[in-house]
Structures are given as structure tokens and as C-alpha cells.
Ligand binder design. Structure first.
Ligand code: SAH
Length: 299
């Protein structure tokens, strides 16, 4: 198992996602002899997980069952231990697209935080790219390193425990893309520019507040980066529902009278019709943050 490559069978040391139904999931680190408690009873790693195919249905000790799923960056984002605020797949998808991320890309990121975005970047740039991620909180940097190794992507990433605003990314002139998710991104723009390859690289900064965006844009312009664009991604998932409506009476089917009918009357006998409709959500998860992009062009 690896977060960037699929394998068929669960092995010792893997991280699997145990799916409990109704969107409930949990990550499990597989170790022979260990047990994990679920609401359906215990899962015994040696007999229930190791050697089983990913996607299998596993019966727990109380008779209930779960599915054992192969981890993906998207599932990891939904299941990871939160050490910070994290980015979710909706924003990550736009970041991946707009930063032109692809296999072989070299990417700089700060802060690492809980590693939600990092895992998605790693999957996209594997097997030949590299991620340089900078996190000034020592424990978070260490935890991220441990997770990358456990998820078998350690060879694709370098974690640096330093302040990106003072010390930069630790590399210069190599990055295809730089991503910032820190409270004062304007203080890191010069370092972002220095990290990017000579021309054509892209920068993205995530900020929840428009005042942060304003200061970041000023720093981007001052540093000579171009093609500034700020956007916000809002997700509307439409529900398909059946609704029952009274059947309207359109009057007699007579061409000459078609234009004289101004009102429709309910059809006799309370006739109804059931139709499928797609309705947007009444409430939805709103603002997460603004994404500001810029390009380094030939000077
Ligand atoms: N994008 C991450 C979340 C980042 S949270 C994810 O998806 O999981 C912001 C992180 O930036 C925090 O962990 C914080 O410690 C770190 N940070 C803030 N300022 C920083 C700086 N100047 N240098 C390095 N890391 C910084």
C-alpha cells in the first residue's frame, strides 16, 4: 500500500480506511497481533486484515461488518488526525488545476499543517516529482514526516522545520509551483519567487480574509509576479427528489382556443403528477478561503 499507488492486498504496516457505513470511516494502522474496536466489535489485524484484498467486507467480533478500503488522498483528507485547519478536496482540486500540477513537478508548500494538501500534491507529482514542505511548528513537522514514511511517500517529500517568512523553502530556482497557507503570506512572497524556476512557475496563496488577500496581492505586484487572479470555490451539490404536484387543467385540446386560456385550473378528481426535480441545497458549507494565483514570467 502507498498513498500514490494502488496495491491489491493488505500487508503488515499498511494504513487502511475502515468504512463503517453512513459516511463513518476511520484510519487503521495495520500491525500483526493488534486489534481495533469499532461499534460492530473488534477487528483482529492478523486474521481480519493482513492478506485480505482491499475492498473486502470484514466481519467484526459482534457480527457486524465493515469494508476495508485502500487509502487515497481524498479519503485521508476526510480521516486524518487534525492538528490544524486543513484544506478539503474542493479547494485542492482547483489548486491542482490552476497550479498545473502533474507527474514530475517540483512543488514548494508552507505550512505543512496536517498534511491534507501535501498528500494530494504527492499523488499528482509522483512518481518523479518532489514536494518541499516547510512547517515552523516542530511537532507538526515531525508528525508529517512520520506520516509520509508510513504512507510510503517519504522519498517524494522533504519536510523542513523552519520559518518560511525568514528562511524560505530551502531550495531556489527549481519549483514549478509554490503554495502558501500561512497567516501572513505577503511576508513569504520574495521567498516564493526565489524558489520558482526562472520563468513560467505559478504561485497560489490561500487566505480566509480579504484583507490578507489585499496585502498578498500588493506583495505579488511589488515582486513583479503577474497574471494575478483571486477566486473562491463554493460547492453546490444538487439533490434529486420526487415531488408530487396537482395536475393542471389546460382546457380542451382545441387549437382555436389555445391562446384564450390565461389561467390553468386543477384537473377534475384531484389528479396529481409525480416528477423528479433537482434542487440546490438550502444551506451549504460556505466560505473556506480565497485562492490567489500569480505567474512568474520572463523578466
Ligand atoms: N494546508 C495545510 C494546513 C496548513 S495550516 C493542510 O491542508 O493540512 C497552517 C500551518 O502553517 C500551521 O501548521 C502553522 O504552524 C504553519 N505556519 C504558519 N506560519 C508559518 C511560517 N511563517 N513558516 C512555516 N510554517 C508556518
Amino acid at each position: 500500500m502507498s498513498l500514490v499507488e494502488y496495491s491489491e492486498v493488505v500487508q503488515e504496516g499498511d494504513v487502511v480506511i475502515v468504512f463503517l457505513g453512513h459516511d463513518a470511516m476511520m484510519p487503521v494502522h495495520v500491525r500483526s497481533g493488534a486489534q481495533t474496536q469499532t461499534r460492530y466489535g473488534a477487528i483482529r489485524h492478523s486474521s481480519d486484515l493482513i492478506g485480505r484484498r482491499f475492498g473486502s467486507k470484514v466481519t467484526c467480533s459482534k457480527g457486524g461488518w465493515v469494508y476495508v478500503l485502500h487509502p487515497t488522498p481524498e479519503l485521508w483528507t476526510l480521516n486524518l488526525p487534525h492538528r490544524t485547519q486543513i484544506l478539503y478536496s474542493t479547494d485542492i482540486a482547483t489548486i491542482t488545476l490552476m497550479l498545473d500540477l502533474k507527474p514530475g513537478a517540483v512543488v514548494c508548500e508552507s505550512g505543512t499543517g496536517s498534511g491534507s494538501l501535501s498528500h494530494a500534491i504527492l499523488r499528482t507529482i509522483a512518481p518523479t516529482g518532489h514536494l518541499h514542505t516547510v512547517e515552523f511548528h516542530t511537532e507538526r513537522a515531525q508528525k508529517a514526516r512520520e506520516e509520509f514514511v508510513r504512507h510510503r511517500v517519504g522519498h517524494l517529500v522533504t519536510v523542513r522545520n523552519q520559518d518560511v517568512c525568514r528562511q524560505g523553502f530551502g531550495v531556489e530556482g527549481v519549483a514549478d509551483a509554490v503554495f502558501l497557507d500561512i497567516p501572513s503570506p505577503w511576508e513569504a512572497i520574495q521567498h516564493a519567487k526565489a524558489a520558482i524556476k526562472r520563468q513560467g512557475g505559478r504561485v497560489c496563496s490561500f487566505s480566509p480574509c480579504i484583507e490578507q488577500v489585499q496585502q498578498t496581492c500588493e506583495a505579488l505586484v511589488a515582486s513583479g509576479l503577474q497574471e494575478l487572479l483571486t477566486l473562491e470555490v463554493l460547492l453546490r451539490v444538487h439533490d434529486v427528489r420526487s415531488v408530487t404536484l396537482p395536475l393542471p387543467d389546460f382546457g380542451p385540446e382545441d387549437d382555436q382556443h389555445t391562446h384564450t386560456h390565461t389561467h390553468t385550473q386543477p384537473a377534475p378528481g384531484n389528479a396529481v403528477v409525480t416528477v423528479k426535480t433537482a434542487t440546490p441545497p438550502r444551506e451549504m458549507a460556505g466560505h473556506t478561503g480565497y485562492l490567489t494565483f500569480a505567474t512568474k514570467v520572463r523578466e
